[in-house]
Design a protein around this ligand. Structure first.
Ligand SMILES: Nc1ncnc2c1ncn2[C@@H]1O[C@H](COP(=O)(O)OP(=O)(O)OP(=O)(O)O)[C@@H](O)[C@H]1O
Length: 809
């Protein structure tokens, strides 16, 4: 039997299964059709649509399911009554995202369990505003101050504490951690006494110019100083004491060389003790803040939302999970659905998985049972799990996979790919067989197993895959520019030559709309957009959730900050370099060479261009306290050439974002002072808070520029994967919680708590694995042609048929 036949049999087995099923489906294997077939089969067996629940990852996918299901159901009968019945059934069917489903649960059962009747879901801005107000209220509350003073004394700033609190507010639980503040007095007493004793000895014993003698003198003085200052300064002073501790001195200069040896040994001890102290203090601060936020702020924040009859997006899941633990609710829901289907199960987080489990398990349990079969139908591809940043965890998938298969259910793999040409699949198969194991790796559950995809469309000898790799330019920006120019050139050529693309019943020439440029993130996406435009190629960019990462928005955050704080030279420089002013580094350097400063209150010297802007900033600064946030933006719009430039470039996305920023300023400015707005904007930008960009009308016939996340589930005849840099894998400083490890950690120079390295190592492994999955999603979007620009990756060998390692054109 050939692979294609087996695949077909597996699909049939999945659709007809009377046991629990997890369909492990590769890319392009037609998961949507499979789900629809499962629904149709159940209907055929007299299960009404109203007893089915179909959970999709995105709203768009739910709509797609609905319309395809409607078409299939309509085809089963005729007449207006049939049509009416089908439309009504599909309309009221539970085909929804997990958040949509949780919303329904809360509406129906919530009021009995503390959820306000008629609650609303806050949008991001409203939620941020309410959070901000609640935090302010808490800060002003007297309970807040005493312990926080300790943290502030330790050198942790108010904005840092606030951003940690904001992060904790998104956690599903606030963990209890261990952390006893170390006894500093006895530490100082002991080491000060010892330092003095060593110093006295060194005075007698060592030559005056010996480095060891000088060193112990400095250390003894440091202890003298410590004993004199306010003890609240100790934590920071001790934590910052990292220099001058490397053992020095030469035994030849000592009458008793063994005394120097002892001194060096003691220094090692001191250094280690200081390191331990620093870590213990960090643990204690972490505990202090988690306890404070967990016990005081979180209840206040919950009350603030509930009093306003409002829930956040996070609440929908958290509260629904809480309520489905109630036996009455669980029983009602599990009676209601005789078939629970989940698409994209690989992107499920532990909370979502718990909710899904409760729908198919007896009250009080979340464990699948061998006696309760045929009600769970999951579809997933662990190789396409790319939502780690939102809490998705492939291990949740792996755990469910394991449990399902040991409780009487079956894992059904399908691998027939209906999307990509054989040459593309050969490349993808080779690439990932080299990187991924063929069976689940129990040691590394975050690395997905890989089975080659089987082709449907044979290789015809045309060049289908191009891997373009040339030496990197002198910096990343130039490398990207080189890629972008090459892409523009080749796209223009491919369309002009009318490369054939496959259609249902033949082929047609390639057009711009058949092409997508797929990038891992939006960093420097502009370089590509501009190169294509310069070559006369229409481009459409899907709007994403990186509103606050857009250059024009970041620039505005710099302006507000600079106007509030003239001494913040980073903000001033940030503004001058932003597209609003668009000065070059050379121009700024010139200003410095001429003696200019970054304090706009001093405008006497420097380059004329910079001084002109400095004078303007100074004038705006003086009025800052009495204008509205929107006024600031209006002034900037008048003074800056940005809008004209964007219009010339036809950058509709950026123009729409400017409008959005202005209307945000108007709305929020009505309720907040300009200082609150400044603080808010600055934090959103600095913390990279995800936020919807303004939607833009798209050109019909344009090359799409899309992130991998936006490209998920889509396909194009020609896919160009570019700007492919290995993922950044360090853990950003601040506070983190790893629920799988059950550990929290903190890093804020000089503080680093005990478990930081553990969390970072774990994060790194998983981010690297996610980087590979991201590439898998990107490469498998291509139907007819795939170009892979890999300048940032390790050298790739020549080989596979149809693959050419290209040169720049
Ligand atoms: N049974 C089938 N026979 C032929 N073509 C199919 C079949 N099912 C789906 N297709 C086509 O295969 C392509 C991939 O289908 P679909 O997008 O549903 O796959 P998928 O499994 O969701 O892929 P991915 O996970 O990679 O997004 C589409 O062009 C679709 O029209």
């Amino acid at each position: 039997m050939n692979m294609e036949t087996i695949d077909r049999q597996e699909r049939a087995a999945a659709v007809e299964a009377t046991f629990n099923v997890l369909v492990e489906a590769g890319a392009g294997t037609g998961k949507t059709s499979l789900l629809i077939n499962r629904v149709m089969h159940a209907i055929d067996r007299h299960v009404p649509l109203s007893r089915m629940l179909l959970i999709t990852f995105m709203e768009k996918a739910a709509d797609e399911m609905r319309s395809r299901l409607q078409a299939r159901l309509l085809a089963l009968g005729e007449g207006a009554d049939h049509q009416d019945a089908v439309e009504r059934a599909v309309e009221s069917a539970a085909i929804t995202t997990i958040h949509g489903f949780c919303y329904r649960i809360l509406q129906e059962f919530g009021p009995d369990y503390g959820i306000p009747i008629g609650f609303q879901v806050l949008d991001e801005v409203e939620a941020a505003r309410l959070w901000e107000e609640t935090f302010q209220e808490w800060v002003q509350d007297s309970q807040f101050s005493p312990k926080v003073l300790d943290l502030l004394h330790a050198g942790i700033t108010y904005p840092q504490l606030k951003s940690w609190a904001r992060r904790i507010s998104h956690w599903r639980e606030v963990p209890v951690v261990e952390g006893e503040f170390p006894e500093l007095a006895s530490f100082v007493r002991r080491f000060a006494a010892e330092a003095r004793a060593f110093y006295t000895r060194a005075l007698e014993d060592a030559a005056p110019d010996d480095a060891g003698r000088g060193q112990i003198l400095a250390i003894a003085r440091e202890f003298d100083w410590l004993e004199q200052v306010d003890r609240r300064e100790w934590p920071r002073m001790l934590a910052l004491w990292t220099r001058g501790l490397g053992p020095k001195g030469n035994q030849k200069n000592w009458a008793h060389p063994e005394w120097l040896k002892e001194q060096k040994q003691w220094l090692k001890e001191l250094k280690e003790a200081l390191g331990l102290l620093r870590q213990q203090m960090a643990d204690a601060y972490l505990k202090m803040w988690l306890d404070l936020v967990g016990s005081q702020f979180m209840p206040l924040w919950r009350r603030a939302r509930f009093e306003k009859l409002a829930l956040t997006y996070d609440d929908l899941l958290i509260e629904a999970e809480r309520i489905t633990r109630e036996p009455k609710v669980q029983a009602a829901l599990s009676r209601r659905f005789s078939l629970v289907m989940v698409d994209e199960f690989q992107d499920t987080d532990p909370l979502q998985a718990a909710i899904v489990r409760r729908l198919v398990t007896p009250p009080g349990s979340t464990a699948l049972s061998p006696h309760d079969q045929g009600r769970l139908f999951l579809v997933g591809d662990p190789k396409q799990s790319i939502y780690r940043f939102r809490g998705a965890d492939v291990e949740t998938y792996a755990a469910m996979r394991q449990e399902l298969s040991t409780t009487g259910g079956r894992i059904i793999p399908i691998w027939q790919n209906f999307r990509s040409n054989a040459a593309i699949l050969a490349f993808v198969n080779r690439w990932f067989s080299d990187r991924w194991p063929s069976q689940p790796d129990l040691e590394r559950p975050y690395v997905p197993p890989f089975q080659p995809l089987a082709e449907t469309f044979p290789d015809d000898g045309r060049e289908r895959v191009r891997v373009i790799q040339w030496p990197q330019a002198r910096n990343a920006r130039d490398t990207r520019r080189m890629e972008a120019l090459d892409i523009a050139e080749r796209v223009a050529m491919a369309v002009a030559e009318g490369w054939p693309v496959r259609t249902k019943d033949g082929q047609r020439p390639l057009t711009f709309r058949d092409i997508a440029l797929v990038v891992p993130q939006r960093t420097e996406i502009d370089i590509y957009r501009q190169a294509l435009r310069e070559r006369g190629i229409p481009v459409s960019t899907q709007s994403g959730r990186s509103f606050f990462q857009q250059d024009e928005v970041r620039g505005m955050a710099h302006l507000f900050r600079a106007l509030e704080m003239p001494q913040d030279s980073l903000a001033v420089v940030g503004w001058l370099l932003s597209p609003w002013v668009a000065m070059s580094h050379e121009e700024l350097l010139q200003h410095r060479r001429l003696g200019g400063s970054w304090d706009y209150r001093e405008t006497r010297v420097g380059s004329p261009e910079v001084r002109e802007w400095m004078a303007r900033l100074n004038a705006w600064h003086r009025e800052f306290w009495r204008v509205d946030a929107e006024d600031v933006i209006i002034r900037a719009l008048h003074a800056s050439p940005l809008v004209t430039v964007l219009r010339e470039r036809e950058d509709k996305a950026a123009l729409a974002n400017l409008d959005k920023l202005r209307s945000l300023a108007r709305d929020l400015g009505d309720r907040w002072t300009i200082f609150e707005f400044t603080q808010w904007l600055y934090e959103q930008v600095h913390e990279g808070v995800p936020f919807e960009e303004a939607p833009v009308a798209q050109d019909d016939d344009a090359v799409a520029i899309s992130t991998v996340h936006q490209a998920k589930g889509l396909e194009w005849p020609l896919v160009i994967v570019a700007n492919w840099k290995p993922k950044e894998t360090y853990l950003e400083s601040g506070i983190h919680y790893n629920s799988r490890l059950g550990r929290a950690a903190l890093k804020q120079d000089p503080w680093q708590s005990r478990d930081w390295d553990l969390l970072e190592a774990d994060h790194r492994l998983r981010e690297e694995a996610e980087g590979d999955r991201l590439l898998y999603v990107a490469l498998t979007r291509a139907k007819d042609y795939l170009w892979f620009y890999a300048a940032f990756l390790d050298p790739i060998g020549e080989g596979e048929k149809g693959v050419s390692i290209g040169d720049p054109s």
